[in-house]
Design a protein around this ligand. Structure first.
Ligand SMILES: O=C[C@H](O)[C@H](O)COP(=O)(O)O
Ligand SMILES: C=C(OP(=O)(O)O)C(=O)O
Length: 361
């Protein structure tokens, strides 16, 4: 009787994190850029940098060639808008599913259910390095507590998603990670799980983890003080209105946390209609200009082409540059709405008039 592993079909060993990092190392220039970007994001989210943080990119990466093309375009836009908006590319390799479906490039890089995680790790690492080389900071969502050992050194911002903000393993992981982390409100719209998550992640934890050489180990963390709230709407509808923002702000203040809020313009804030994102972004920038100082960032789901497509496709190959998870807005809409946000943020950057000399000659 094979009782212990009755439900395990196969076990495929993976390289130790250190082996993958040796094959696809982080260069000194990439290390500097990641450290510098994380610090810039901290200053925007929690400090005095008045620029808007924008996490922008595909719902998920399934084709690294298309993702590279997207990254090249986004890097140009990021450079153009950099004095008012700091753009970070969404590079999401693990997808939390409501029930089932494709779970991301890391888990299924060949899109055929073969589950070649070793290849998924190589592709994800290679792409993250290329994005950083373009001068573009990177954002992801870590779903599995083991995968960060393979990738976190190349990531500048991380999300704990709506389905995992209440999960102790994810809070423990967040307490160990070295970058700013956004905790999303739950899918039912509840903010409390995310607020508790932010508090829990700031504490010290001990949890089961993996060393760089692939051994199981007890990880003792210091706690991550750089976590913040992300409002992504919920089953009752959007939650980026002025009233919602006041409620979130008060909740954060009462909990003694950073009063920092990012609005995810997609998901339940857009009602899953990606073309609503520009309107939501415009509303958020208006609220920033009206003095809602807790608002520091936005998230946008965007791809080369609009919409999404079923995977596997009913006939023929997948369409290039189109999401196979949530629907995204296309590149031209992405450019237009970020440029519009840039223009409308201008009053924030008008430098104060030089003070009159005390004794005019
Ligand atoms: O952002 C991504 C999706 O909303 C999330 O992974 C859930 O997707 P699903 O409801 O299609 O499973
Ligand atoms: C899964 C995501 O979002 P959420 O956790 O808000 O559903 C996502 O941003 O890809």
């Amino acid at each position: 009787m094979r009782t212990p592993d009755l439900n395990v079909a196969a076990i495929s060993p993976l390289p130790a994190p250190a082996e993958l990092l040796a094959t696809l190392p982080r260069t000194p220039a990439q290390a500097d850029f990641v450290a510098h970007s994380r610090q810039t994001l901290r200053e925007i989210l929690f400090g005095d940098d008045p620029r808007l943080l924008a996490i922008v990119g595909p719902c998920s990466i399934h084709d690294v060639a298309a993702a590279r093309e997207y990254a090249r375009r986004l890097a140009d836009l990021a450079y153009e808008l950099d004095d008012r908006i700091v753009i970070v590319m969404r590079a999401y390799f693990e997808k939390p599913r409501t029930v089932g479906g494709w779970k991301g490039l890391l888990l299924d890089p060949h899109l055929d259910g073969s589950g070649d995680i070793a290849r998924g790790l190589q592709l994800a690492r290679g792409l993250l390095r290329d994005i950083l080389d373009l001068g573009l900071p990177t954002a992801t969502e870590f779903l599995d507590p083991v995968s960060p050992q393979y990738l976190a050194d190349l990531v500048c911002w991380t999300a704990v998603g709506a389905r995992t903000a209440e999960s102790q393993p994810h809070r423990q992981l967040a307490s160990a990670l070295p970058m700013p982390i956004g905790f999303k409100n739950s899918t039912d719209g509840n903010l409390r799980n995310a607020v508790h998550g932010i508090k829990a992640a700031a504490q010290r934890h001990t949890y089961f983890g993996l060393t760089a050489d692939g051994r199981s180990a007890a990880i003792h963390t210091r706690g991550n003080p750089d976590c913040h709230l992300v409002l992504r709407g919920g089953s009752a509808g959007p939650n980026y209105s002025a009233e919602h923002l006041v409620e979130a702000d008060v909740l954060l203040a009462k909990a003694g946390l950073h009063r920092t809020i990012m609005v995810d313009c997609s998901h339940d804030n857009s009602g899953r209609v990606p073309e609503r994102q520009p309107r939501i972004l415009a509303d958020v920038t208006r609220q920033i200009l009206a003095g809602r100082t807790a608002l520091r960032g936005v998230m946008l789901e965007s791809n080369l082409f609009a919409g999404n497509q079923p995977h596997p496709p009913p006939t023929g190959p997948l369409r290039y540059g189109v999401s196979i998870t949530d629907a995204c807005m296309d590149w031209s809409m992405t450019q237009q709405c970020l440029r519009a946000a840039y223009r409308s943020l201008a009053p924030r950057f008008v430098s104060a008039p030089a003070p009159e000399p005390a004794f005019a000659k």
